[in-house]
Design a protein around this ligand. Structure first.
Ligand SMILES: *Cc1c(COP(=O)(O)O)cnc(C)c1O
Length: 379
């Protein structure tokens, strides 16, 4: 057979400023790009494997996991294929079909799917509505306590550390304490935080943390991080009776090859960059300030923002779109002309964006471009 041309070329990151929040934290470090080349072949990390992926000495996956555990302050850690697989594995190990868990109302869809795949019922802690859409500790406590009263036992609670809709940073420490006092283990979903900002699982009173290598940890992925307190390690990392070295929830071996090699190569870069998180937050706040100089543009979610992912309501751009010959596409096209991408085509009423990792000059250029587009549209 003859195969089609699949169009496998990509210069988006090289030639533009990409504002897509999904893609900002997964840009490879220079070291990871080299590792990708060396470890691109399938099963490339398995040259010296003696049956346990997490104990391979060359490359030192064992040493890497030790450092990773320190990085997020957990007792045990494994790589998985993504934050979602981490959540699924925890639910699968701790819960039985038909159990009820509590999840925050800003949870990612993958939290819901992981629960569905495990046949679990979910009770949601609603956010406090617009314009902040905050998950408050008070509401979390109230819903959790009611759920315990009603069901007798809640085996697991989930909290999204930073959600992907508003970039709200939740008070994990307080909610962790609430769950601890109620005797319910808490999973903190750090897909948008681990690798961007410092995570200390013990300080935050959480039992489990999951992270996403391709979302926030400068790894090619797919790869996730699953960290836990000592008391859960036996349950989550239980061994097979037939294959004594293999851990059942991990299906023996998890990330093998380029995904884990790139994450390993990026760890020193992550250690360095999380220490500069305050600068990123400041940059995001400055960006918001500049954007809000445009008529009717307003950041929604908690203010001032505590994360690089920011969501704007932009009724002004939406109005322009109504009378523009290119309709809703005008904003995307005007940005593209200025080498700015990552805002969805056709979207003008609101959008999410992130300038994570960009320089101040680049952020200023982006804000000026939005202002320029707004002014030109008025002429
Ligand atoms: C992106 C995202 C996920 C999914 O992460 P994967 O590593 O791709 O599974 C989960 N939760 C949140 C909050 C996210 O933003």
């Amino acid at each position: 057979m003859e195969c089609q041309n699949y169009g496998l070329t990509r210069s988006v990151e090289r030639e533009n400023l990409n504002l897509n929040p999904l893609q900002r934290g997964g840009v490879l470090s220079a070291a990871a790009r080299e590792a990708l080349y060396d470890f691109g072949d399938g099963y490339s990390v398995c040259d010296y494997c003696a049956g346990r992926l997490d104990e391979i000495a060359k490359p030192s996956i064992g040493g890497f996991l030790e450092d990773l555990a320190k990085f997020i302050n957990v007792d045990a850690v494994r790589t998985v294929h993504g934050a979602r697989e981490g959540k699924f594995a925890i639910m699968h190990a701790l819960c039985d079909k038909g159990d009820t868990i509590v999840v925050d109302g800003n949870a990612h869809y993958t939290t819901h799917l992981a629960a569905e795949r495990n046949s679990l019922n979910m009770v949601e802690i609603p956010n406090n509505g617009g314009p902040e859409f905050e998950i408050t500790p008070e509401k979390y406590r109230e819903v959790l306590e009611n759920a315990i009263d009603e069901k007798g036992e809640i085996k697991l609670a989930l909290l999204t550390h930073v959600d992907g809709n508003y970039g709200n940073l939740t008070d994990a420490k307080k909610i962790g304490k609430i769950c601890q006092d109620a005797g319910v283990p808490l999973v903190l979903n750090c897909a948008y935080s681990m690798g961007r900002l410092p995570i200390d699982a013990k300080e935050l009173n959480v039992d489990f943390v999951v992270g996403s290598g391709h979302k926030s940890m400068a790894a090619s992925g797919p790869i996730g991080v699953l960290g836990m307190k000592e008391e859960w390690a036996d349950k989550l990392l239980e061994r097979s009776s037939r294959h004594q070295k293999k851990e059942i929830e991990m299906l023996g071996c998890t990330s093998r090859g380029a995904p884990v090699a790139t994450l390993m190569a990026s760890l020193p870069h992550l250690v360095e960059r999380v220490s500069k998180w305050d600068d990123e937050v400041q940059k995001a706040r400055n960006f918001v300030e500049q954007m809000e100089e445009i008529d009717g543009v307003v950041q929604v979610g908690m203010r001032p923002t505590n994360h690089d992912l920011v969501r704007f309501e932009t009724p002004f751009f939406h109005e322009i779109a109504q009378n523009h010959p290119r309709r809703g596409f005008f904003l995307y096209e005007e940005l593209k002309k200025r080498k700015i991408v990552g805002i969805k085509r056709g979207q003008t009423e609101w959008f999410k964006c992130s300038a994570y990792g960009m320089t101040k000059e680049q952020v200023d250029y982006i804000a000026d471009s939005f202002k320029d587009i707004a002014e030109k549209a008025l002429d």
